[in-house]
Design a protein around this ligand. Structure first.
Ligand SMILES: Cc1ncc(COP(=O)(O)O)c(C=O)c1O
Length: 390
C-alpha cells in the first residue's frame, strides 16, 4: 500500500521532467528520450555525467569502505592534489559535505580569528543555505531582492550586511562598519553576473579589507578548479584569507572544503585559548574524496581547452541566432561560467540585470520552451560548460 508523503524541496519542484539516467551531456527520461543538460549538477559535473573513470573509482572505493570517521588515504590523496593546485598560502584544509557547510565554517572561522561579529556579503551573491549570508536570494530565483528570511532569527540578520556589488559606494560602508566586520565573503565571479571586469574591484576589496583587519573570504564553490586549475584567486593572483570550495571538488558527490592561511590558523586552531568546532560524521568521506580526486586528475590543459572550445561554440551560436532573428538578448560570461542576459544592455551588477531583463515569467516560459526542444536550461540561468562533448 502506498503511504502519503511529501518531499519539500521547492528548488526542485519546478523541474519540468523526471530523469532516470544520465551520460555525458545528456539526461534521459522514462522513455529513454535524451535531453541536453545545461544544468550539469549546478556546475559540479565538469567532466559531464557518469564519467567512466570517476564511476570506476567510486565503485572500487565503495567496495573498500564508504566511511572511516578518520582522515583516510582517499582524503589525504585529494588534499595533496588540492594543495598543488590552490594558492600556496592556503595550507590549512577543513573538509565538510556541501558548499553551504563550507561557507558556514568559513564564517565561524573568521569570527573566531577576529573576535568580531558581523559578516558582509554582496547583492547578487549566493553562498548557499548559510544563515549569515541570506539577506537576499542571490538573484538566482527571480527578479528583485528577495529576503528569504523566514525561519532565521532577526539577530542573525542584524549581524549580516548586504553590500552593493562592483560599486564604489561600498568603501564608505566598509569604513563605517570596520570595527564589527569579521569578514566579507564574495564570489570572485558572481553566478548571477559572471563578468571578468570585476578584477579591479576584487583586488581593491582584498587590500582594503585586509588593511582594516577584515578577513576576505572568496567563495569559489563555482569558480574553484573551473575558471583555472587553482580557481579564481590563483587566476587573478589575489590573496584572500579564506577560500571555500565545493561542486567540482566532489566530482558529482557532496563535498565541501575550507582552505585558509597560516595567519588565520594562528588566530584560531593554534590559539590555546580558543575552542572552535568543526568536523562531523561525513567530514572526510572517502567516496566523495575519491570521486573528487578522479575528477581533478583529469583536469589537464587539454580538458580545459575542450571546455573553452565548447563554451565559445555555445556563445557564438546563441549570439548569432539572437542577431539573425533581431532578438535583443546576449549570451556572455567568464570562462566556462555563462548565462543568457535577456537584454542587450551591458550589465554591471544584478540590480541592473533585474532592471533591464524581460520579466521572470517570460524567462520561465523560455525554459519551458527549451524543454520542449529537448534542452534542460538551469532555473538559476547559470550555464557551466563541461568537458564532455557527447
Ligand atoms: C557560490 C556558491 N556558494 C555556495 C553554494 C552552496 O553550495 P551547496 O549547494 O553545495 O550547499 C553555491 C551553490 O550553488 C554557490 O554557487
Amino acid at each position: 500500500m502506498n503511504k502519503t508523503y511529501r518531499i519539500i524541496n521547492p528548488g526542485y519542484d519546478n523541474q519540468a521532467k523526471q530523469f532516470i539516467r544520465a551520460q555525458g551531456n545528456f539526461l534521459f527520461d522514462q522513455n529513454d528520450q535524451p535531453f541536453i543538460d545545461l544544468v550539469m549538477g549546478a556546475g559540479s559535473l565538469i567532466l559531464g555525467h557518469s564519467d567512466k573513470v570517476v564511476v570506476e573509482k567510486i565503485k572500487q572505493q565503495s567496495e573498500k569502505s564508504s566511511l572511516f570517521l578518520q582522515n583516510n588515504p582517499s582524503v589525504q590523496a585529494l588534499s595533496n592534489k588540492v594543495a598543488q593546485l590552490i594558492p600556496c598560502e592556503l595550507i590549512n584544509q577543513i573538509y565538510c559535505n556541501t558548499g553551504s557547510e563550507a561557507t558556514q565554517r568559513a564564517v565561524r572561522l573568521a569570527r573566531a580569528a577576529t573576535g568580531k561579529t558581523h559578516i558582509a556579503s554582496f547583492q547578487g551573491g549566493w553562498h548557499g543555505m548559510n544563515e549569515w549570508t541570506l539577506l537576499d536570494d542571490g538573484g538566482r530565483f527571480g527578479q528583485s531582492t528577495v529576503r528569504a528570511d523566514n525561519g532565521i532569527p532577526k539577530v542573525a540578520l542584524e549581524y549580516s550586511l548586504l553590500l552593493p556589488y562592483n560599486d564604489d559606494a561600498v568603501w564608505q560602508i566598509i569604513d563605517k562598519n570596520a570595527k564589527q566586520l569579521a569578514a566579507i565573503i564574495i564570489e570572485p565571479l558572481q553566478g548571477s553576473n559572471p563578468q571578468p571586469d570585476i578584477y579591479p574591484f576584487l583586488s581593491k576589496l582584498t587590500e582594503y579589507c585586509q588593511n582594516l583587519g577584515i578577513l576576505v573570504i572568496f567563495d569559489e564553490i563555482i569558480t574553484g578548479f573551473r575558471v583555472d586549475p587553482g580557481g579564481a584567486a590563483s587566476l587573478m593572483n589575489l590573496k584572500p584569507d579564506i577560500v571555500t570550495y565545493g561542486k567540482v571538488l566532489g566530482g558529482g558527490l557532496p563535498l565541501g572544503l575550507v582552505a585558509f592561511t597560516e595567519q588565520v590558523f594562528a588566530k584560531t586552531f593554534a590559539d590555546k585559548n580558543k575552542q572552535i568546532l568543526t568536523g562531523g560524521t561525513f567530514s572526510a568521506n572517502p567516496i566523495s574524496a575519491t570521486a573528487g580526486l578522479a575528477t581533478l586528475e583529469q583536469l589537464t590543459p587539454q580538458t580545459y581547452a575542450k571546455i573553452k572550445g565548447l563554451t565559445s561554440f555555445f556563445l557564438n551560436e546563441l549570439n548569432q541566432a539572437f542577431q539573425n532573428n533581431n532578438i535583443n538578448f546576449h549570451a556572455d560570461g567568464s570562462g566556462s561560467i555563462n548565462r543568457i542576459y535577456f537584454t542587450d544592455q551591458k550589465i554591471k551588477n544584478r540590480q541592473q540585470r533585474d532592471g533591464f531583463e524581460i520579466s521572470a515569467e517570460k524567462q520561465t516560459k523560455f525554459r519551458a520552451l527549451m524543454v520542449q526542444q529537448g534542452v534542460l536550461w538551469p532555473t538559476n540561468g547559470i550555464v557551466c560548460m563541461p568537458a564532455s562533448q557527447k
